[in-house]
Design a protein. Sequence first.
Length: 95
Amino acid sequence: MLTNIVKNAAEAGAQNIDISARRTDQCTQLRISNDGTPIAAEVAREVFVPFFTTKRTGSGIGLSLSSQMMMAQGGNLALAERAQAGYHTTFVVTL
């Protein structure tokens, strides 16, 4: 899952990728942020839909499968509504 998100960031032209973790009493959150090409609003609604892709050679299963894997483990993978300051895109993994 993490490999897929980082690979997508690199393919979107990211020069900087930030991975941070935070623990609360209820959960652990990983935030993966990058400064690559931002995800357009109309695309953001579809990123976890199986076989949806904006890539010429993409299969569209990476984020969908990553999300399903997290749910199977009792977690969640989401695209943050607002990216971390200084970045264009942030994915949030909640465990």
